[in-house]
Design a protein around this ligand. Structure first.
Ligand code: GLU
Length: 545
């Protein structure tokens, strides 16, 4: 068979010789240890926690080593393409402070452009043509029906499915048979002629998992589809080479395709990049662990974190906690240091599935939010509220001075210890609702209706907004004793039967009446922020409830 002629017939016309591409996309001028990493999403519109997980690892390794992180869009499969998906990926990652140096829609030097695979069709064809010339790729005329019949036969025989070995019918077509099929105008794909042997295994060094044993590829995978568009496998190998990627950190779901990818790199004469396959994120489901699932777990989608108003910094802290075993301790020791200063290492990444736990993220969020200034908290809440808040919540920002007072109090700014009441923007907006007339009684009263009405009425009689905190509290104590509650805790403890309760029960009545909660920041200060009118209204409303 004359492979040159075959190549000409299958992919007619002048293609630049491969040197042209090698020269157009030369090795990068970077320091010796610099890593070039990438994110290569398909524009399906769904971007999830696993993507963020590897994005952070790729970003850290690239930037920490003085290298480059770029964004490539793997859009060869049009069926899965969703409009606006690229912008959505960039926006989602930008929210978590993942910045690309170059790539699709990125304002960078972009010397390795284009970064959309569909725009690189000619390059892939040129490389495919070369493989045909070398006798390492061939046309396959099998129809969908034939392939599906083959699959059925293999399944019935309990054999591995696919196009390989004796099943690779078109692999051994004669020149005459190929010409006849082409003359008849039969559609065809181009397949790799694999030289692998599936009975052989080899050891591969994975940057994350260490040495892994995998089976040689023997599948004659499609490299160009019938419309001349490459498959993901082929396109990504050509791109990772020409874009001079040195390290690929990606999800372990790709480990199964690795033997194909390695064979492609080898047959194309490319130097293989290093690979690190990251374990899937798991969660506890009852007693057992399972992978996070798109269908069952809303927290898998990155949009969940924005909609709920998780602070991106907190999410990033949690991701780093899962990514590198000693990060948590480092961050606790140096809470002020920018995360970029943490020495991130692939060698510290877990080899088995990291356990994702929303409660742990919530804990981290509380700590991180409590460390913000009231001003930063306000800015964060505002951004969230404008995008996701109700109209009522958006109105909280009409008087920012008032809101700042509220936030300072609720966060314990200036106090001995910061309060950790806020978890997410959505939850925080709910927490402070009572400052804006949005009262919800979250906790139940311990004192019966008659007794608490008596407390509230007496409070209204003696209430003077000009009282300082001490006078205010002495009045609460007076109310307590006048109604049969112990004014002093120790008296109550010494003789509980003698009283209806203690001053703390009285204070709790006031607290729930005003805030809806048994636990709140300092009640005197809340009333100061409320002002007299709103305080009186709130208490009257509780009496009338
Ligand atoms: N396009 C693949 C994806 O959608 C990328 C796989 C890789 O990183 O090599 O995840």
């Amino acid at each position: 068979m004359d492979f040159n002629q075959l190549a000409e017939r299958l992919l007619p016309g002048e293609y630049p010789d491969l040197e042209t591409y090698e020269n157009k996309y030369p090795p990068r001028d970077l320091p010796a240890k610099a890593e070039v990493t990438r994110l290569a999403p398909s524009p399906t519109g769904f971007i999830h926690l696993g993507n963020l997980f590897v994005a952070i690892a790729n970003e850290r390794i690239a930037h920490q080593s003085g290298g480059t992180l770029y964004l490539r869009i793997e859009d060869t499969d049009l069926k899965r393409k969703v409009d606006g998906a690229v912008e959505a990926v960039i926006a989602a990652l930008d929210y978590f402070d993942i910045r690309f140096d170059e790539g699709a829609e990125i304002d960078g030097a972009n010397a390795y452009a284009p970064y959309y695979q569909r725009q690189r069709a000619e390059i892939y064809r040129a490389y495919a043509k070369e493989l045909i010339r070398k006798g390492r790729a061939y046309p396959c005329f099998c129809t969908e029906e034939e392939l599906s019949a083959l699959r059925d036969e293999q399944t019935a025989n309990k054999e591995i499915t696919g196009y390989y070995g004796k099943y690779a019918k078109c692999r051994n077509l004669s020149e005459a048979e190929i010409c006849a099929a082409l003359d008849a105008g039969k559609p065809y794909v181009i397949r790799l002629k694999s030289m692998g042997d599936a009975s052989k295994k080899f050891t591969f060094h994975d940057e994350i998992k260490g040495d892994v044993t995998v089976t040689e590829n023997d599948q004659d995978v499609v490299i160009l589809k019938s419309d001349g568009i490459p498959t993901y496998h082929f396109a990504h190998a050509v791109d990772d080479h020409l874009m001079r990627t040195t390290l690929v950190i990606r999800g372990e779901e790709w480990l199964a395709s690795l033997p194909i990818h390695l064979e492609l790199f080898d047959v194309l004469g490319f130097k293989r990049p290093k690979y690190g396959h990251n374990c899937s994120l798991m969660k506890m489901d009852g007693e057992s662990k399972r992978k996070l699932s798109k269908r069952k777990d809303p927290e898998l989608s990155l949009s969940f974190y924005r909609q709920e108003g998780y602070h991106p910094f907190a999410v990033k802290v949690y991701m780093l906690t899962l990514l590198n075993s000693d990060f948590e301790e480092w961050h606790r020791k140096f809470p002020e240091k920018p995360l970029e200063e943490f020495p991130f290492r692939i060698s510290k990444m877990s080899r088995s599935g990291a356990l994702f736990d929303l409660d742990k993220l919530n804990d981290i969020s509380k700590t991180e939010l409590s460390a913000l200034s009231a001003e930063d908290m306000l800015a964060f809440l505002k951004e969230w509220a404008l995008a996701y808040g109700s109209e009522k919540e958006q109105a909280y920002f009409a008087d920012e001075d008032y809101l700042l007072k509220v936030l300072s109090l609720c966060m314990g700014v200036g106090g001995k210890k910061r309060r950790k009441d806020f978890v997410t923007a959505r939850q925080a907006m709910g927490e402070i609702g009572y400052f804006f007339g949005d009262y919800v009684q979250k906790d139940a009263y311990r004192v019966d209706k008659a007794a608490r009405d008596a407390v509230l009425e007496k409070f209204l009689e003696s209430y003077d907004p000009a009282d300082d905190a001490q006078v205010w509290f002495s009045k609460v104590k007076e109310i307590a004793s006048s109604l049969g509650f112990a004014a002093e805790m120790r008296d109550y403890k010494a003789n509980p039967e003698a009283y209806k309760g203690s001053v703390s029960d009285v204070a709790e009545v006031l607290r729930i009446a005003v805030t809806g909660k048994a636990n709140s920041p300092d009640l005197w200060t809340i009333m100061q922020i409320f002002g007299e009118r709103r305080t009186r209204e709130r208490i009257a409303a509780a009496i009338n409830a």
